[in-house]
Design a protein around this ligand. Structure first.
Ligand SMILES: [Zn+2]
Length: 346
């Protein structure tokens, strides 16, 4: 890529908020610390976060299926504890933020803020009251389920599969949406099946989001959103984070060195359907978690189209090179998700 585009992207990142709305950080930190590793975030992520001038990152709390149901609650709490322990030595530069005040404080003082979000409500079993406990721990968002059925909803199939899974939210799932909204937690529809999405549109009273999903029109994969779903989410004030997983984005038809073009097509399509204020990044970079946790039952390993957060600059440069305006890019790299989080957290 032309150096002038990378320099342009760097300047835009330096001067504007940069957000990644989905990273399985807590799960990886939990796994690595269980093997005795320390300073996981500082050594493996912080240099790249800095390179991209990242300001906010959402860490999922994701319990692998092998730990369900019995160990779900324990693993979720363990992940939150492990992440906080791991960040303690570097708390002046990167920390968990649990409310609007902490978010603004981090932004003003140049600290990277980590928001916590449950990727699936399995840790609470069927006990909705436990949502308040997670809220009190600082968890600010939740998807009802990962790509699997539970007491609240049915997930879509995994990225490497291709089958429609029917069945909407359960009664408990609808109650969970109401409870999340009451607690000031956002609802994340990535991983939800199509019937479930429809039910969320019907029962959600507040803007909901899709932290890490791409566009079905660009690549047919059940992890992705159809145009009518993109429009529905945007009309409710939500934001969609573009996923950099090769299987989900449909990158196999691109030569490796042009993989970023695949992501650009998703960004551009989402912007054209949702509008420029409703698109962001939720890269879902999984290579680190896959390497730390064997037998996770992900579909593919080493499938990330961006090898680290530093490569966000390549993506932003490519978007500028393809004709995206700087104003639109400013929203996409973080402005849109930041506005959404401010609204949810206040
Ligand atoms: Zn996911």
């Amino acid at each position: 890529m032309e150096e002038v585009l990378v320099e342009w992207a760097k300047a835009v990142h330096r001067e504007n908020p940069v957000v990644d709305a989905h990273l399985d950080l807590a799960a990886e930190v939990y796994a690595r610390r269980s093997f005795g590793e320390r300073d996981v975030v500082e050594r493996r992520y912080l240099p790249y976060f800095r390179e991209a001038h990242l300001n906010v990152c959402v860490s999922s709390v994701f319990v692998p299926s092998k730990d369900l149901p019995e160990r779900g609650l324990r693993v979720a709490l363990g992940q939150i504890a492990a992440l906080r322990e791991d960040l303690e030595p570097v708390r002046d530069v990167i920390c968990v933020v649990t409310n609007r005040e902490e978010l603004e404080d981090a932004l003003q003082n140049g600290r990277i803020g980590i928001l916590l979000s449950l990727e699936g409500l399995e840790p609470i079993g069927t006990d909705l009251d436990l949502l308040r406990a997670f809220s009190d721990l600082g968890v600010r968002g939740a998807g009802l389920t990962w790509s699997r059925p539970n007491a609240f909803a049915r997930g879509c199939c995994k990225a490497g599969e291709m089958m429609e899974i029917s069945g909407g939210l359960t009664m408990l799932g609808r109650e969970a949406v109401a409870k999340l909204e009451e607690l000031g937690m956002y609802v994340d529809v990535s991983h939800l099946n199509n019937d479930g999405f429809e039910d969320v549109v019907e029962c959600a009273g507040k803007p909901f989001m899709a932290s890490h999903s791409d566009a079905w029109s660009v690549h047919e994969n059940y992890r992705n959103l159809r145009d009518d779903q993109i429009a529905a989410l945007a009309s409710r004030g939500g934001v969609i984070g573009v996923n950099a997983c090769g299987t989900i984005a449909g990158a196999s038809v691109y030569p490796r060195e042009r993989a970023v073009d695949c992501l650009c097509r998703h960004v551009e399509h989402l912007v054209s359907v949702a509008g420029e204020e409703h698109v962001g990044f939720g890269f879902d970079l999984c290579n680190g978690l896959s390497a730390s946790t064997p037998r996770l039952s992900f579909d593919e390993e080493e499938d990330d189209l961006l090898l680290n957060h530093g490569e966000m600059l390549t993506l932003s440069g490519a978007l500028l090179g393809r004709g995206m305006s700087e104003d639109t890019l400013i929203g996409v790299i973080g402005g849109n998700f930041l506005r959404y989080f401010r609204r949810v957290l206040s």
